[in-house]
Design a protein around this ligand. Structure first.
Ligand code: 9YT
Length: 129
């Protein structure tokens, strides 16, 4: 087994900032850990809107702090995100993520991220191989 803390990850290549500084992702479990998923703590900064469309990944997102909303593009539905709420992108759903307060989110990706991915212009991450 292994044990890791967020504090160990700060300032390493497992800490990735969005190019537009909308969020920071601290990646506790990655592909080369061999778990079959990756596991991240992501802070979405207050006042930001991020277009996301994971065409190659499934993602589950669990809010532990803060407040925001997610809007699915296909139907325009807006879901409030507060601590204790999980949303699952089980259909590669294109969406907008907006934070009213800094949101602390626990995110799980299948397939796992390799580590250094940043969002492409279309809101996706590339497949790592
Ligand atoms: C919720 C979400 O997908 N935010 C973007 C960053 C992503 N969670 C990541 O790379 O950790």
């Amino acid at each position: 087994m292994f044990v890791r803390t967020i504090d160990e990850i700060r300032g390493t290549d497992r800490e990735v900032f969005a190019e537009n500084r909308n969020w920071v992702s601290r990646r506790l479990v990655l592909k080369n850990d061999g778990m079959g998923f990756s596991f991240h703590e992501t802070i979405i900064f207050a006042g930001t809107e991020t277009h996301i469309w994971y065409k190659h990944h499934l993602e589950a997102v669990y809010c532990v702090e803060g407040e925001g909303e997610v809007e699915t593009v296909a139907d325009g539905k807006i879901h409030l995100i507060t601590p204790g709420t999980l949303y699952a992108l089980d259909n590669h759903d294109e969406h907008y993520l907006r934070a009213r307060k800094d949101m602390r989110l626990i995110c799980v990706f299948n397939p796992p991220l390799a580590g250094t991915e940043i969002h492409l212009a279309d809101g996706s991450y590339p497949l790592s191989d």
